[in-house]
Structures are given as C-alpha cells and as structure tokens.
Design a binder for this molecule. Structure first.
Ligand code: CU
Length: 322
C-alpha cells in the first residue's frame, strides 16, 4: 500500500464535498419508494413525481444517487458466486452467474462502457482494488481470475444492465483464507501517485444533484495529453463508501471523439455522494498501453443545516452551486 499507516486525519484534506443531506433524504425516500413499485431504482423517469419534495429542480436528479452494491439480490436479479470461500492465489478463479427470480442465468445484456458486465473486486479494507472483465459462456456463466494473494474478506461487485432493464450493481462477499491483516484507509488526499504518474483531483461534489470532478494526469511533471480511450472514455471512476462499501455511480463527463473531450491531461466525471462520510475513489486510466489505477480518499461533509434546523457550526461558503 502507498500509505499503510495512513491516519484518518481530516485536517490534511484538500477535497471537501458539501452535500444537502436533508433534501437528499427526502428525494431519496421518494425515489426509493417509486423504485420499489416499478422495479429498477435507477429509473430516471421517476424524477417528476417527487419534484415537490424539493425547491430546487437540480435536487430532483436524485434517483441515480441511490447507492448500489449493498445487496446480492435486487430488482429480481441475484449475483451467485460458485465459491464463497477460496484459497489465496495471485490468479484465483472466480465463477458466477446472474440469475433471475426463476433461477435462470441471464444471457442477454446491454453493452455499457464497451462491456456487458464490469466486475469490481476489493478487499473489505478498500485495498487491492481490481476492475475486471469476465468472459461469459452461452449458458450465462461468467469466469475470470483475480489477484487474491492476500487473505481477507473481499467484496465482489457486478455492474451490468440486462437487456430491457435498467443498470444495476449487485454485491456479494468472498472470503479468502489465511491471516487477514487489514490496513487503515490512507489519509484524505487530492493527489495520488501511481506508476510514476501524479493525478490531481479538483472539484467539489454536492451530495444531491451531483457535480463535476476532474483529474489532471501528469508524468514527471509534464501534463499527459495522449491518454488512450478505456471503456469508451479517458477514465473510469468507481467510488466506494468506506463504512459499508456502497457503490457509487459515476458518469464520464465526456467521451473520446465527441468533438470536445481532449485526451488529457484533465478527465472529468459527474459524481454524486449519497451521504456524508469517507469514500475511496478509484480512477482507471490508460496510457502507454496499460491501465493504471489512481486512488483517493475523500471525506464528504454534511451540508449546512436546512432552514428551520439548528446548527452550531458556521455555514460553509460554498453551497454546491447555489
Ligand atoms: Cu469495466
């Protein structure tokens, strides 16, 4: 690890994310209720029906902020691992299926970011992040290998969209036998170093509507302007909440070939945080024909108290764009 003894020193932080948690809670409850009724929680068409819960149109963008990955079964789909316990190995096999309510493996998927399914494997202490692309057979069984050389409890996320359904992220547990020595989360930082690249994060994310965050990639002090497309973008970002590994959806801010998105040095994303707390961000980018992952610890702060509520802390200067 880059910083195995990293403290949780919030004063070191450069990145502050303000969120309107109060309003988010209202919008979230409405979105969740509707989502249960019609199926997918990512149903964007549910926006209008709860807009009265908010005084700001931006706040109604909330259904997409419902975090995924917290359940192995959701919206009628189940992530089924063949083996929930495995021996440590640098090339540990992982086999799984996505099954429907009848137990039948799903074999029809939509392509998202160039792939039918994205598999994220990470240890519970948020170390050892891996973004994998398993291969599916005709019967619907997915296979890949992961580096599970270190013992511990792992979380496996499958991010996919069945044909005719909304995107969904299922999460399940995978135990790797041996002596588990969890490492503390590295301290908050807007700068990450990986493979000789330095990546600087800028931007403030509001919890409700989402905001743009940007990452500048430099190599030996020189901005990298020839990033290679990876998964249909110049970067792929996953954010996980440290308390429960909630999987936060992040969308690229532009695509290669769209006429205005440059191949670096800056890569932008639209991101939301579902609550205050500490998050780990994993940015995959491709350069020199290799995919590299820059990791950031970000502390998301609570929004100022809503009108009518008491607060003892001074109001932050920044109100998430208002
Ligand atoms: Cu992927």
């Amino acid at each position: 690890m880059k910083n195995p003894f990293g403290s949780d020193d919030r004063s070191a932080g450069l990145v502050r994310i303000a969120g309107f948690v109060g309003v988010v809670a209202l919008a979230g409850v409405a979105a969740f209720g509707i989502g249960r009724a019609v199926g997918p929680i990512h149903n964007n068409s549910s926006h209008d029906s709860h807009s009265s819960a908010s005084t700001d149109a931006d706040m109604t963008e909330g259904s997409d902020m419902q975090p995924g990955g917290l359940a192995a079964t959701q919206d009628g789909y189940t992530l089924q691992l063949d083996d929930r316990i495995t021996a440590s190995s640098a090339e540990a096999p992982i086999r799984f299926r996505i099954v429907d309510t009848a137990g039948a493996p799903v074999t029809d998927y939509q392509t998202e970011h160039d792939k039918e399914l994205h598999l994220i494997v990470v240890r519970r202490d948020l170390s050892g992040y891996q973004h994998l692309h398993p291969v599916r057979d005709a019967a619907g069984t997915w296979t890949t290998t992961a580096d599970l050389s270190r013992a511990g409890d792992y979380k496996v996320f499958a991010d996919f969209a069945p044909t005719g359904a909304a995107g969904i992220t299922l999460g399940t547990d995978l135990a790797v036998g041996g002596d588990y020595q969890p490492v503390p989360l590295p301290a908050e930082s807007a700068t990450a170093v990986v493979d000789g690249y330095t990546v600087q994060m800028t931007g403030t994310v509001a919890a409700g509507p989402g905001s743009m965050v940007s990452f500048k990639v430099t190599q030996d002090g020189t901005p990298v302007t020839d990033l290679q497309p990876y998964l249909g973008a110049y970067g792929h970002l996953v954010a996980l909440r440290s308390t429960d590994l909630a999987y936060v959806h992040v969308h690229p801010g532009g695509a290669p070939g769209d006429g205005h998105t440059a191949p670096g040095p800056d890569v932008a994303f639209h991101m939301t945080a579902p609550s205050a707390g500490t998050y780990r961000l994993f940015l995959d980018f491709k350069h020199g024909d290799r995919v590299r992952t820059a990791e950031f610890t970000v502390n998301v702060e609570n929004a100022p108290a809503m009108p009518g509520h008491q607060s003892t802390s001074p109001a932050p200067a920044h109100h998430g764009g208002h």
